[in-house]
Design a protein around this ligand. Sequence first.
Ligand SMILES: [Mn+2]
Length: 340
Amino acid sequence: MQHDSFFERFDAVIQSPKRFVLACHVNPDGDAIGSVLAMAEFLKRKGHSVKMVVANDFPEFLHWMPGADDFLVFEKDADACKDAIADAECIMMLDFNNLSRGGILHNEIGKTRCPRILVDHHRDPDLSQFYCAYSETCVSSASEIVTEIILHYGREQFTQSIATNLLVGIMTDTGSFSHSIYHPRTFELCSMLVNYSMSYMLIHQLVYDTMSENRLRLLGFSISNRMEVFDDYATAIIALDKSDLKRFDYQPGDTEGVVNYPLSMKKIKMSVLVTERDDQIRFSFRSKGTFSVHELAQKYFKGGGHTNAAGGTLTCSFEEAVAKLKEVLPEYQELLNKAE
Ligand SMILES: [Mn+2]
């Protein structure tokens, strides 16, 4: 088995009760929250004490997830987060492999000396930082990996809440099973999970049919008024500044998914969403097929992620950020046009 060495070490760690801290990336999504919640419940059922930490709050449409209320959010309760991290005997990082993606948790986790365990599907991890790592880039999500890990201990480990949280993670990271599926295993695991989870239709509804009127109107506005299409580069850019967001009473998570819509045009290979935030400009990249947004995000936008989905940030003016993006397009013209 490919992950024998992971399980050897992981087994040793979970053998005796420990104080675990489970952490995920800043601006957490369904996969970050789902993988942490499921792993936390699994470990608790094995007799461990588990605290879940995240830098900032997650979007409203994930608040219903079983156990979500137990998350310690640094922005709201810094002391509790700091204490939990300082007190941990083992720290697990799920759905991110670099502390810089942990946001404000970076410093706190950086100070610790206890072993760290990685469970992640992003590219380029520095494995030397971890006591053991289950790091796989050709899987849909961190939640898919957590499903494999829990399954290793037997199907009877899956409760309704564990299965539901894992399905949310896989469903959201694959855009409802439309991308990032590299092998039939993803479906096999999901077909097992739905035996235990809440109704899949209800899960889908709870995540996707919860838009406020403002959020849906922001989506419409983004496409009609703020999308630029560059035929020569098979690229579409949606750029939203602070006043756009304010106009639609922006709430965290409201721009989630907006970046995917331009890709539904046949001619588009790359879609980029640029949003102006309080202290930085945020980029979200999506692509179809062989064109890698990971490389572009890493090279020019201090980010990265996956071949078809990546993020980045710049600290400059909104106008400079959009100009920078347009400036780098010619370099990728050939790759974009021949991507398939
Ligand atoms: Mn993920």
